[in-house]
Ligand binder design. Structure first.
Ligand code: KG4
Ligand code: ZN
Length: 352
């Protein structure tokens, strides 16, 4: 069978992403973001995101088809994010994908957004040959998720090893940025401020790292591979308050650096621990927080020390996009997986 040509549609949050692949070759990668419309509110407003998807769906699809030099008739299958994500936003993509499938008679795959973040790693454009890895793991860190996964089979058996029990790491960045007046989205700004600050000026907590949470390898605590960022956010808030109460200038760069160190430290420590104990010999990093300079640095350092391989795809494939949906769709087609029934619904709380 020749490599399947698949169009992937992603509308789970603020990005309208359409990608087209032929097997593992990326043919088109188009993303329109409504982020500018959310900035004034300090967070993604679901209604605005959904409306933006309605406006952008067809123009982004047309641009993607133009980029791939294809028409919709040349496509073998359509894949769309079914969840998790914002309900209204997901529904626009799912409704649009169903309309396309009905109009063209092409098979449709409703897919899991988290697994699509892993699927993108198999594209040639991601820069690594994951097909030859013995046991792959994925660390997904974004504004919506912080998860460590074990990939036994990309299309049928992805195991959740650990996740955040409260805020996602990117969400913590956004909340802390608000506390220190750094604006929204917080990640890129804090990353920049942190490079001017002293990470040892404050010691912020590494959530769920106490012996009672960790247990031992033989008798693991239930949160051995879990994260929590709400205590860290509270600690930052208290530190800021201490300066404000005394009418002293808040050392924002030092707070940013110490916060960033705490996040990168606890994420990488638990990810590498999970990998080591669960027989994972290669980690794929995904999600918007993959852009973080300290996370990349520390993960590289610690995976190298543990003898674990690491793939960090180009950042425009780590953030939400349609190419990842298309990449997973192509693997589902190649594996002979039955397409979705057209009655499927968007599932905002879907997990692996
Ligand atoms: O994957 P993504 O584009 O969207 C979802 O949340 O699904 O990730 C966006 C998140 C935001 O929370 C943003 O603050 C964070 O990624 N982010 C960063 C950096 N760049 C983006 N966090 C830390 N450091 C960065 N350099
Ligand atoms: Zn995502």
């Amino acid at each position: 069978m020749t490599a399947p040509v698949v169009v992937g549609i992603e509308t789970s949050c603020d990005e309208t992403g359409i990608g087209i692949v032929s097997g593992t070759t990326l043919l088109a990668h188009q993303v329109a973001s409504s982020m500018d419309e959310h900035v004034a509110f300090g967070g993604v407003i679901p209604e605005i995101a959904a409306r933006a998807h309605v406006t952008e769906f067809l123009p982004v699809l047309d641009t993607a088809l133009d980029e791939a030099e294809l028409t919709i008739d040349d496509v073998d299958a359509i894949a769309v994010t079914a969840g998790p994500g914002l309900a209204g936003a997901l529904m626009v993509g799912v409704a649009g994908a169903k309309a396309l499938a009905v109009a063209t008679g092409k098979p449709l795959y409703g897919i899991n957004h988290l697994i699509a973040h892993i699927g993108v790693g198999y594209l040639d454009a991601a820069g690594a040959d994951l097909h030859n890895v013995n046991q792959l793991g994925a660390l997904l860190v974004s504004g919506g998720h912080t998860e460590m996964l074990k990939i036994n089979s990309l299309t049928s058996d992805v195991e959740l090893l650990g996740s955040t029990i409260d805020d996602a790491a990117g969400e913590a960045y956004d909340k802390v940025a608000r506390l220190i007046g750094a604006g929204y989205p917080g990640g890129p700004v804090i990353d920049k401020m942190a490079r001017q600050g002293d990470p040892s000026a404050f010691t912020f907590p590494r959530g769920l790292s106490a012996p009672k949470n960790m247990g031992t390898e033989k008798t693991p605590g239930k949160d051995r591979y879990s994260w929590s960022f709400s205590g860290l956010k509270t600690a930052v808030s208290r530190a800021v308050e201490q300066f404000e109460l005394r009418d002293m200038p808040v050392p924002a760069n030092d707070i940013a650096a110490a916060f960033q160190e705490a996040v990168a430290d606890v994420i990488t420590k638990k990810a590498v621990l999970a990998a080591t104990e669960q027989g994972i010999d290669h980690i794929l990093l995904g999600g918007g927080v993959a852009a973080n300079s300290r996370l990349r640095e520390l993960l590289t350092e610690r995976t190298t020390a543990a003898g674990i391989g690491l793939t960090i795809p180009p950042i425009n494939l780590c953030t939400d996009n349609g190419a990842m949906v298309a990449a997973l769709g192509a693997q589902l087609v190649s594996d002979g997986v039955t397409p979705s029934d057209l009655n499927f619904s968007a599932d905002p709380t879907q997990h692996v």
